[in-house]
Design a protein. Structure first.
Length: 73
């Protein structure tokens, strides 16, 4: 993968992960507040990694493909 490709992939991951983590913390942060940090991290990753792999990134890839077909970068 080229440097440009890696940069684009990193941006796509960030576009999905930042709002996902924020929304997760808004919705479930109060329920997880009393857990130790390692358990909070475990719960967060158990939910968000599959979300990223099966929903978030495929959606962003489809959006990128549609934009590319319309002549946008």
């Amino acid at each position: 993968m080229t440097t440009r490709g890696k940069f684009i992939q990193a941006i796509k991951i960030w576009i999905v992960i930042y709002p996902s983590i924020t929304l997760f913390n808004i919705l479930f942060g109060s329920y997880l507040a009393d857990l130790p940090l390692f358990l909070k991290t475990l719960v967060l990753t158990l939910v968000l990694v599959p979300w990223m792999v099966f929903v978030g990134l495929p959606f962003i890839n489809k959006v990128q493909q549609k934009m590319s077909k319309n002549g946008k970068p």
